[in-house]
Ligand binder design. Structure first.
Ligand code: ADP
Ligand code: MG
Length: 477
């Protein structure tokens, strides 16, 4: 029985492999095993919940396609998380010599094992850590940015799980951790939550949080005042370095150089590094080129725009924290209409709550719309719609907008159309069938095929990959 299952899984994997890089396959699929198979479902055993989340959020359709190819129709995929002996997650354990930093301390190909940051020699805690600051100044820690205040939904569960894993096992699981995603989606919150968590459990850990801009400014000051040695000592002796918004290193050659050396010193000393950015590592060409080899030991987690349920949950959480209540229909209205940015969601809540507390007027729909007018407009501006995707893609490839929905099939038209479908799948919450409808009434299989094809080509063709990423950022901007 086991053999039959293994054989079946191998066949499925043969197809899965076509849609991803060998590295990604090694990392995400190689450690999985097929435990059960029946007419309805397949049950996969994976070593930890991150593995499951990652497969579900990134490769669900690829996996389903492979199942259809192998078995002739679809199956529900179930997961069973199997902890290894120590009961600790061991991401990318299998077949990945040296990539995983084994939590049990078994040497991989990287010989030295990290020492426990907690055992690092105590040093005075520099300003900027929670104990010293506890303030809300930019650059300091915000005491509210803790895990318990972070609402988890499908859009951020992977980033949350990765951040939590890092916080529990600094420098032992994912190093560096790179969190990326749009403005106001909770990157800084998660990053600081890691810092808070580590400090709560390891009081002597030297945890530094700062933005790449602050790093740059301090670096320039240090050069001017001749205190470079001190500057370097401070950052290169951190146990945990949290660098926010690394996109601001772009174009600042010397600061980037300096950061690169800091990064290397920390990395080689098995200290945890966490970075955030508003764009994926692949778009940060200079930085990536230098850090990319190192990223293999690390992980990039994307934060997406939360769905309406998560937005509602966030609103409810914030309301209970602020001890305010708004009528249900108002909460629903905000959650539905403010969709791209959690900070704006918070802003809306505060504005309505203060209005409600200051005036006796009832919060009617027109009143709410009036109070939130600017926020609603900003949000609509950022919304990616299939319409917008079709327009931008048609323009980019110089085809007619009508060809996005037409039945014409020459490759010079079909290919941009497939790219647009792929983008629609990634940037909107439309299902395969809905996308098919929007592209001239095509069926969901056509859209699935397009998405698979484009994903495959992006893996093989860095040029295509970067032009699709450019399109994505244009659409999101
Ligand atoms: P970013 O750094 O990605 O621009 P922030 O971390 O500053 O975003 O988040 C913006 C605001 O939204 C913060 O006040 C943060 O607490 C809040 N926020 C974002 N995501 C969540 C979430 N999932 N749960 C609770 N609050 C969140
Ligand atoms: Mg931020």
């Amino acid at each position: 029985m086991t053999n039959a299952l293994d054989g079946l899984w191998e066949k499925i994997c043969d197809t899965v492999r076509l849609g991803m890089t060998p590295d990604a396959f090694q990392r995400w699929f190689a450690p999985a095993r097929l435990m059960e198979a029946n007419e309805e479902s397949l049950t996969l055993a994976v070593p930890n919940s991150i593995q499951q989340l990652w497969i579900e959020s990134n490769y669900a359709s690829l996996l389903q396609d492979a199942i259809i190819v192998t078995l002739g129709d679809r199956r529900t995929v179930k997961f069973r998380v199997e902890m290894n002996g120590a009961g600790t997650p061991r991401p990318n354990a299998a077949g990945h010599g040296g990539h995983a930093v084994d939590v049990n301390g078994t040497p991989g190909s990287r010989s030295a094992r990290p020492s426990d940051p907690a055992q690092a020699s105590p040093a005075p805690r520099p300003t900027g850590t929670p104990a010293a600051a506890g303030s809300e100044t930019t650059g300091g820690f915000n005491p509210k940015y803790v895990f318990s205040n972070f609402v988890v939904g499908t859009s951020n569960q992977f980033a949350h799980a990765a951040a939590h894993a890092v916080a529990e096992n600094p420098a032992r699981i994912y190093n560096p951790l790179f969190i990326h995603g749009g403005v106001g989606l909770g990157k800084t919150h998660l990053m600081q939550a890691i810092g808070h968590h580590i400090l709560a459990h390891r009081k002597k850990a030297r945890v530094l949080y700062l933005s790449s801009e602050q790093f740059t400014n301090e670096f320039i000051d240090a050069i001017q005042q001749g205190t470079l040695t001190k500057f370097r000592r401070r950052y290169r002796q951190a146990d945990v370095l949290l660098i926010d918004d690394v996109q601001f290193f772009a174009g600042k050659e010397r600061s980037q150089d300096e950061f690169f050396h800091t990064f290397n010193a920390l990395f080689d000393g098995h200290r945890q590094i966490v970075m955030t950015s508003d764009r994926p590592p692949s778009e940060m060409q200079k930085l990536e080129a230098r850090l990319v080899s190192r990223f293999e030991w690390g992980i990039a987690a994307e934060m997406q725009v939360p769905d309406v349920e998560t937005r509602t949950a966030i609103l409810r959480h914030k309301m209970s924290q602020l001890q305010v209540t708004l009528p249900d229909d108002v909460v629903r209205f905000i959650a539905e209409r403010i969709s791209n940015n959690v900070r704006r969601l918070e802003g809306s809540l505060l504005r309505l709550a203060s209005f409600a507390s200051l005036s006796n007027e009832k919060l009617t729909q027109p009143r709410v719309e009036d109070l939130l007018r600017d926020l609603l407009q900003e949000d609509a501006h950022n919304q990616v719609t299939i319409d917008k995707i079709q327009r931008v893609v048609a323009e980019h490839f110089d085809v007619r907008l009508a060809d996005m929905t037409s039945k014409r099939r020459p490759a010079c038209i079909a290919f941009p159309r497939q790219i647009a479908m792929h983008l629609a799948r990634h940037l909107t919450r439309a299902s395969f069938s809905e996308i098919g409808m929007a592209f001239g009434g095509r069926d969901h299989g056509t859209v699935m095929h397009a998405c698979k094809l484009i994903t495959g080509r992006m893996n093989d063709d860095p040029k295509l990959r970067s032009s699709i990423l450019v399109l994505e950022s244009r659409l999101k901007g």
